[in-house]
Each structure stands twice: as structure tokens, then as C-alpha cells.
Write a protein that binds this ligand. Sequence first.
Ligand SMILES: CCCCCCCCCCCCCCCCCCCCCCCCCCCCCC(=O)SCCNC(=O)CCNC(=O)[C@H](O)C(C)(C)COP(=O)(O)OP(=O)(O)OC[C@H]1O[C@@H](n2cnc3c(N)ncnc32)[C@H](O)[C@@H]1OP(=O)(O)O
Ligand SMILES: NC(=O)C1=CN([C@@H]2O[C@H](COP(=O)(O)OP(=O)(O)OC[C@H]3O[C@@H](n4cnc5c(N)ncnc54)[C@H](OP(=O)(O)O)[C@@H]3O)[C@@H](O)[C@H]2O)C=CC1
Length: 470
Amino acid sequence: MSMIAAFYGGKSILITGATGFLGKVLIEKLCRTSPDLKVIYILVRPKAGHTLQQRVSQIINTKLFEKVREVCPNLHEKIRAISADLNQNDFAISKEDMQELLSCTNIIFHCAATVRFDDHLRHAVQLNVTATQQLLFMASQMPKLEAFIHISTAFSNCNLKHIDEVIYPCSVEPKKIIDSMEWWDDAIVDEIAPKLMGDWPNTYTYTKALGEMVVQQESGNLNIAIIRPSIVGATWQEPFPGWVDNLNGPNGMIVAAGRGFLRAIRASPLAVADLIPVDTVINLTLAVGWYTAVHRPKSTLIYHCTSGNLNPCNWGKMGCQVLSTFEKIPFEKAFRRPHADFTANTITVHYWNAVSHRAPAMIYDIYLWLTGRKPRMTKLMNRLLRTISMLEYFINRSWEWSTYNTEMLMSELSPEDQRIFNFDVRQLNWLEYIENYVLGVKKYLLKEDMAGIPEAKQHLRRSFPVYYAP
Ligand SMILES: CCCCCCCCCCCCCCCCCCCCCCCCCCCCCC(=O)SCCNC(=O)CCNC(=O)[C@H](O)C(C)(C)COP(=O)(O)OP(=O)(O)OC[C@H]1O[C@@H](n2cnc3c(N)ncnc32)[C@H](O)[C@@H]1OP(=O)(O)O
Ligand SMILES: NC(=O)C1=CN([C@@H]2O[C@H](COP(=O)(O)OP(=O)(O)OC[C@H]3O[C@@H](n4cnc5c(N)ncnc54)[C@H](OP(=O)(O)O)[C@@H]3O)[C@@H](O)[C@H]2O)C=CC1
């Protein structure tokens, strides 16, 4: 019998960010391995044109939930959506709902965040710092709470090269920043943001670091743990390989390269590509929830969920495998034949951006205009180049994350739990994983049919501009 699965049986679990990438995989795994859990409360913000129930149905009627729908036929009843906006006071939760959450919750998984790199500092602070503070305050009023699990990022300290499983202080206290945001107008925030952020590359990583400090400072008597995943990628094994549903991180780059838009990038081929599959992150998260509640460690433990020190792979090897997968399973309607150059030289980057990115886009737009269609390629290319410029920081450096707590936890699990909640990234075969990843992007993100592969291959071979354009 799995101790972890049994632990979640009969429990009331509160999840923020449940409609996001990690949140969906968390709900799926929880319901599949512990179908006898009592209820999962999910805090969902209302979206125009969709009722809360519709948002839940949209999630659980997808392929990701195919297996769990068999194991847990009353899935709808297990998931209770609560209308909430984490940007509002008391999360704009109704009195009745709040009362129920406070009196019933046993475990909290706090996943909600803004993961945009370019978010305005005010908004990033609101969601990644202030909302975390508010949730901790709520947690402190929950008599039945056994554990509070906070999802951070391994890049919250990306201004350091070697990162231990400890909280590093930021120069300005998060409480001061939260208070200041109330009376600073946007112009002041814009002016002061670079000074506050120092050597953090964006508002996302900076506010996630502040969020960790808040967790440490407001932990009180709570039983808390922090999980720091690195770059979270498609599923490795569960519920099936290659599932992915957004364009964040490497996903957008795989789409852009597969469709032939992206041909060269400023990246260090030897830099460690610290990717971690989303199911690995969720398995660790559930194991941490169990361990924190049952063993009640004396201090807040931080768990790095990274691959670099246990099973390293670099961007060069990943890029090659992505490209070789495109040959076997090409994407449909490619603009050009997939090809990629890594370069570290700024002049070469400018050259490739002009010759291989902007010029073909402009030529194609002229062709669209001449044939009476709306030009769109230049706009798309500019957006892609802007995205790449934001990712460059992460593909030209390597970090070392220590994983003592994560390895300690692995050794605490029974053999059965090590199998069911596997987060041993040493077992991951990168080449196989990347191939399934690319296939998953094609199937689940681009919704392309595998039956279209022969036609996609013909398109690449037969179309002269597609094959020969630089
Ligand atoms: C398996 C890995 C293999 C990698 C190899 C891939 C390619 C291989 C082929 C070879 C190529 C050359 C070699 C490549 C070498 C490596 C390259 C890989 C790069 C991988 C880099 C990963 C780095 C990740 C860093 C991680 C740091 C921490 C991780 C985290 O903690 S959180 C998750 C990370 N967060 C994000 O990724 C969010 C980033 N996004 C943003 O900040 C914003 O969306 C934005 C990029 C700033 C864009 O903002 P906008 O306001 O302009 O746009 P908006 O968001 O409103 O969207 C508008 C429309 O654009 C679409 N869109 C959004 N993002 C992308 C995207 N990345 N690519 C394409 N399109 C995108 C969006 O859907 C909208 O569309 P519409 O609705 O139709 O208008
Ligand atoms: N993806 C990655 O590569 C990595 C992610 N992480 C961390 O993992 C966690 C989850 O990330 P991920 O799943 O990728 O993120 P997503 O962007 O996919 O999901 C974010 C979630 O937060 C919710 N949310 C955002 N704003 C609000 C709000 N005002 N009120 C209520 N809910 C809100 C979103 O709801 P809605 O559907 O309404 O938008 C969504 O459910 C984050 O803490 C992130 O920092 C860490 C490392 C890497």
C-alpha cells in the first residue's frame, strides 16, 4: 500500500493555480492515486463568458484526465471550484466559502503565480508576494491544516551560481515593498524597479524570491515546505508521455523551430539545460506534502526539483535531438525547413536575425500583400525575437542546485512510493524524453493529426522556398 496515496485519502485539499500547467497535473495525479480523497477546493478566478463549473469541465474533460475519469467516475463531485481572485482583498471569496475553507482544509498547495517575465512589478508583487502573504494569513486560521506547500522556482536566486536549499534574503524587505506599492504610482514603480531588482533579470524571478522571504517570515507555527522546480517541461511518463498545453519556456521555441521560423539563437550549446518534467515536479510535490504533514520537520525545508546535478544534459544535445525528431515527425505548414544554429557572437546574431529571420518574414509579407492577404509574418517574427531575447539569459548560463533535501526525501519513501511517486530524474533518458516532448507539442499543443505526417514531409521536400530559404 502506498503511504503517500493513503495519506491523501479522506483529506480536504486546497489548490491555487489549479487551472495552470502544474495545477492540472497535480489534480490529475491526486485524484488518480487517491480517489478516496474528500474534496479538492480550487480557487478559480471568474473569466468572462465562462462559469466556474464550465472552467472545471473544460479541464477535466480533456485527454489529460482520460485515465482518472475511469478510476474516479465522480471526479466532478471531488473538485469544488471556489470563486476567487488572488489580486483582491480576502481573494474576493464569499463569507460562506471562506468559512468552509478555514474550517475544513487539511493541505494547501500554492501554485498560482504570474510566470510572465515582463509583468509590471506592481502586478508581479501583488500576485507572487502579497497574495502569498494573504494565503499564509488564511492558513494560520485553519485549525485542521497539516501542511502548506509553496511552489517557487529554482531561478528565484538566478543571480547566484551555486544555490543551496536555503532562503537567500533580498536587499529590501518584502513587507516594505508591499507597503510601498500602495502609495507609489506607476511612474515611481517604473523608475525604482531596476534598482530594486538589481541583478535579477526580470520581475518574475525577483518577485518569486520575495515570495520565499514572505513564506519564511510569516510561517509562524505552520508546517511549511518550498519546492523549487527549474524549467518545467512536458510529462515524462504520467498520465502519458509528452503532454503539454502552453507556449511557455521551451514549448514556444519548439513550435517556432519546428515551423521553420526560428533558425538561429544566441545560446551556449554546452550550458546545462535544466529541464524537469512536470510529472516529476508533481510527484515530488505530493511526496513533500505527505512528508511535511507526517514528519513535521522543525524548520521550513526547501526542495530543489532540478535535473542538472543528477542527470545533466546541455542545450546543444537537446537542440540536436529536437531537430532530428522534426525529420521523423515534422510539423504541418512549415514556413521553412527546420534548421538551427547556436551562436555566441553578437554580430553573428544580428546577421542571422536580419538574413534568416526579418528578411524572409518581410518577403513573405510582401507576397501575402500582393496576393490580397493580410501581412502578418513580420509582426509574428518581432514577437518571437522579443520572446527569445527574454529567454536568452537562461540558455547562456549554467547553475548548480544542491539537492540534499530532495535526495533525503527519496530515501524516506517506501519502494512502492518511490515507484508511484517517482521523482528520481536519474532514470530519465533525455533522447527518448525530448522525442516524446516534440511529439507532444505536435499532438496536444498544435493539435495536429499524426495522419498528416506524410503530407507534412512532402511539403518540406517539394516546396522550393520552404527547402532552400536561408
Ligand atoms: C526540449 C527543449 C529543447 C529546446 C530546444 C528548442 C528548439 C530547438 C530547435 C533548435 C533551435 C535553436 C536552439 C535552441 C536552443 C535552446 C532554446 C530553448 C529555449 C528554452 C528556454 C527556456 C528558458 C526558460 C526559462 C525559465 C525560467 C524560469 C522558469 C519558470 O519558473 S516559469 C515559466 C517560464 N515562463 C515563461 O516562459 C513565460 C514567458 N512568457 C512571457 O513572459 C510572455 O508571454 C512574453 C514572451 C513576454 C510575450 O508577451 P506578449 O505580451 O508579447 O505576448 P502574450 O503573452 O500576450 O502572448 C501573445 C501571443 O503570443 C503567443 N505566445 C506567447 N508566448 C509565446 C512563445 N514563447 N512562443 C510563441 N508564441 C507565444 C501567445 O499565445 C499569444 O498568441 P495569440 O493569443 O494567438 O495572440
Ligand atoms: N512552468 C514552469 O516552467 C515553472 C513554474 N514554476 C512555478 O510553478 C507554479 C505554477 O506555474 P504554471 O502552472 O507554469 O503557471 P501557469 O501560468 O500555467 O498557471 C498560473 C495559475 O495561476 C492562476 N492565477 C493567476 N492569476 C490569478 C489570480 N489573480 N487569481 C487566481 N488565480 C490566478 C492562473 O489562473 P487562470 O487560469 O485564471 O489564469 C493559473 O491557474 C508557479 O508558482 C510558478 O512560479 C516554477 C518553475 C518553472
